[in-house]
Design a protein around this ligand. Structure first.
Ligand code: TYM
Length: 339
C-alpha cells in the first residue's frame, strides 16, 4: 500500500518531563500549529507514558502534563481543529506498544543514539521502559496510521525505526496495514542549541537554567539569558557561509530566523557586520514579543486545570475513535482472540 492510500494525518507528541523550552516551541509546537488545517487531520499528544521512563514525581507529572497541554493551546492548537489529548487516557497506545515490542529487534534498539546518550555509562540501571521507548513511539504514530510526523532533528532516528517496525509487521503478516510514515524535519530550528554550548542541544533537563529559554520565562529572564549567551568576539558575517565554524553564532541566527519566519540568509542580510551588542538585544526583543503572549496565556490556562482536563478528556474520546478500530484490526491480524 502506498502512503497516498492513507488519509493524510499528522501525529506528534511532547513529553511532560519538565517545562517546555524554546527548542520544543520552534522545533515542534510552532510547526504543529502550521500543519493544522493545512490538508491534514492533526493529532497532538502529551506523551505522559514516555515521561515515566525516568522517575517523575506523581503530583508534578500531572502539573507538567497540564502545562504541556497549556503550551499547545496557548501557541494556537485549536481543540476543535486538532485532536489534543494525553497518551495515558488512550490505553490502546500501551497495547500496540507491547505488540511492537514483539516486532522490533533488540539489535535495532541497540542502535538508538538517544538511548545511548541518556543511559550513558549507567545502562544497567536505567528502566526497561527507557530502552523500549522507541517502540512505544512507533505505536503512538501507527495507532493513527499517521502519514506525517513533524519532529525536531533529535527524533529522526525514532521515526525511521517506526518505518522499520511498520515494514516488518506488514512483511511478517503479509498485509499492507501500516503506512511508512514520513518524518517532517524542516526549517531553521530543527536543532535549537544550548545557549552556553552551541554543540549541545537545548533540553529541558540540562544542568543550568541559563542554557535554555523556558516557555514560562518572563521578559527580563529572556533578555538576561540572551545577553549572557555564549558567542565569539567576531561580528556577524556578510554571508551565511561565514557562520560555518561558529556554532553559537549560528544558533542565535537560526533562533532569530525561526521566531521571525524568515530565512537565516535574510537575517544575515539585515545584520551583516553587526556586533553582539546590537544583535543580542534585537533577538531578546523579538523573543519577548513572540513568547510573552504565549506565556501569559499559558498562565491563564493553568489557573483553570479543570478546563484543561476537560479538553484532554474530550480529545482522548476522539483519539480513541481512530485508535480503537486500528488496534482491533491489529489484534485480528496477529491472531489474538477477541470473543
Ligand atoms: P521531546 O518531548 O523530547 O520533544 C518534543 C519535540 O520537541 C523537539 N525538540 C527540539 N527541536 C529542536 N531543537 C531542540 N533543542 C529540541 N528539543 C526538543 C523534539 O524533536 C520533539 O519533536 N520521543 C519524543 C516524543 C514522542 C513523539 C511520539 C514524537 C513520543 N511519541 C510520536 C512524535 C511522534 C520526545 O521525547 O520528544
Amino acid at each position: 500500500m502506498t502512503e497516498s492510500t492513507f488519509t493524510p494525518r499528522v501525529f506528534s507528541g511532547i513529553k511532560p518531563s519538565g517545562g517546555l523550552t524554546l527548542g520544543n516551541y520552534l522545533g515542534a509546537i510552532k510547526r504543529f500549529v502550521g500543519m493544522q488545517g493545512a490538508g491534514f487531520e492533526t493529532v497532538y499528544c502529551v506523551v505522559d507514558l514516555h515521561a515515566i521512563t525516568v522517575w517523575q514525581d506523581p503530583a508534578e507529572l500531572k502539573t507538567a502534563t497540564r502545562e504541556v497541554a497549556a503550551g499547545y493551546l496557548a501557541s494556537g492548537i485549536d481543540p476543535e481543529k486538532s485532536i489534543l489529548f494525553n497518551q495515558a487516557q488512550v490505553h490502546e497506545h500501551a497495547e500496540l506498544g507491547w505488540i511492537f515490542n514483539c516486532v522490533a529487534r533488540v539489535g535495532w534498539m541497540n542502535r538508538m543514539t538517544q538511548f545511548k546518550d541518556k543511559a550513558g555509562s549507567n545502562a544497567e540501571k536505567v528502566s526497561l521502559g527507557l530502552y523500549a521507548y522507541p517502540s512505544l513511539m512507533a505505536a503512538d504514530i501507527l495507532l493513527y496510521h499517521a502519514t506525517h510526523v513533524p519532529v525536531g532533528e533529535d527524533q529522526k532516528q525514532h521515526v525511521e525505526l517506526t518505518r522499520d517496525i511498520a515494514a516488518k509487521f506488514n512483511h511478517d503478516f503479509k498485509v499492507d496495514f501500516f503506512p511508512l510514515t514520513t518524518p517532517v524535519i524542516e526549517g531553521p530550528a530543527m536543532r535549537v542549541m544550548n545557549l552556553r554550548d552551541g554543540t549541545k542541544k537545548m533540553s529541558k533537563s540540562g544542568e543550568s537554567d541559563m542554557e535554555r529559554i523556558n516557555m514560562t520565562d518572563d521578559a527580563d529572564t529572556i533578555a538576561k539569558k540572551f545577553k549572557k549567551a555564549k558567542t565569539d568576539p567576531a561580528p556577524l558575517p556578510e554571508t551565511l557561509d561565514g557562520l560555518k565554524d561558529r556554532p553559537e553564532a549560528r544558533n542565535l541566527v537560526d533562533i532569530y530566523s525561526a521566531l521571525n519566519d524568515m530565512t537565516p540568509e535574510a537575517v544575515i542580510a539585515e545584520y551583516a557586520g553587526a556586533g553582539w551588542g546590537r544583535f543580542k538585544p534585537a533577538l531578546a526583543d523579538l523573543a519577548v514579543e513572540k513568547l510573552a503572549p504565549i506565556s501569559t496565556e499559558m498562565e491563564r490556562l493553568m489557573n483553570d486545570p479543570a478546563e484543561i482536563d476537560r479538553i484532554l478528556g474530550r480529545g482522548a474520546e476522539r483519539a480513541r475513535e481512530i485508535a480503537a478500530p486500528i488496534l482491533k484490526q491489529t489484534y485480528d491480524i496477529v491472531g489474538l482472540l477477541r470473543s
